[in-house]
Design a protein around this ligand. Structure first.
Ligand code: GAR
Length: 210
């Protein structure tokens, strides 16, 4: 609260309004723990122009639900059938005034009608250096197991636009980490998750503010 002295000595108290109006609204879609969803929501918590306004999941047991509750962000679970159909999800996005969709460990293919409704405005993070270890079935620990099995000397993150094909949209950003012969899928995952935490929010920020 601020006070403004006036000429007659009275004080006018003004309240700094809590953020009421987010100009650029992001929905995060997640199927699992939701560490990326929370990191992105926290990154924008004090932003005047961008915020996470909605969290969506297809998994009623996803950890992201508890995170959304704790963060006070509206959230909803949709069935896989609703996701496949697309329209119920699009209606929810419209009601919430969503401008951008950010995927954080969302394990379903985004249907064509949703991609068409958000042209170039759906962003995904993949936990490897695409085009390596991408495509259907390549998610979470499967990706890190494939990196170790291939004896790759590096892995990393790829942030990309989403189109109708898994992991094939335009690449926006990549960051890499070394992989040594001593690494296991678990240690590779830890390195990749550190990159996710470091870069995903700021890449999202620069893309949605363009
Ligand atoms: C993240 O590592 C993300 O890169 C990966 O799932 C994890 C979700 O973690 N995404 C994919 O594999 C997509 N193909 P989170 O639920 O803690 O954010």
């Amino acid at each position: 609260m601020h006070s403004i002295p006036t000429t007659n000595g009275l004080l006018i108290y003004t309240f700094t309004a809590k953020k009421k109006h987010i100009m650029i609204k992001i929905a995060v879609w997640a199927s699992g723990s939701g560490s990326n969803a929370e990191n992105i929501a926290n990154y924008f918590a004090d932003s005047e122009d961008v915020g996470v306004a909605y969290i969506l999941t297809n998994n009623p047991k996803a950890g992201v639900i508890e995170r959304a509750q704790r963060l006070g962000i509206p959230h909803q679970v949709f069935t896989n059938t609703q996701f496949r159909e697309g329209t119920p999800v699009l209606n929810a996005m419209e009601r919430a005034g969503i401008d951008w969709v950010v995927l954080g460990g969302f394990m379903r293919l985004v249907p064509a009608n949703v991609v068409a409704a958000f042209p170039g405005k759906i962003i995904n993070i993949h936990p490897a250096l695409l085009p390596r270890q991408g495509g259907k079935g390549m998610y979470g620990h499967h990706v890190h197991e494939a990196v170790v099995a291939a004896r790759d000397s590096e892995s990393g993150i790829t942030i990309h636009e989403v189109n109708e094909v898994y992991d094939e949209g335009q690449i926006l950003f990549q960051a890499s980490c070394p992989v040594t012969p001593e690494d296991t899928p678990q240690t590779v995952e830890a390195k990749v998750r550190a990159l996710e935490q470091q870069y995903y929010p700021e890449v999202v920020a620069s893309v949605v503010r363009k």
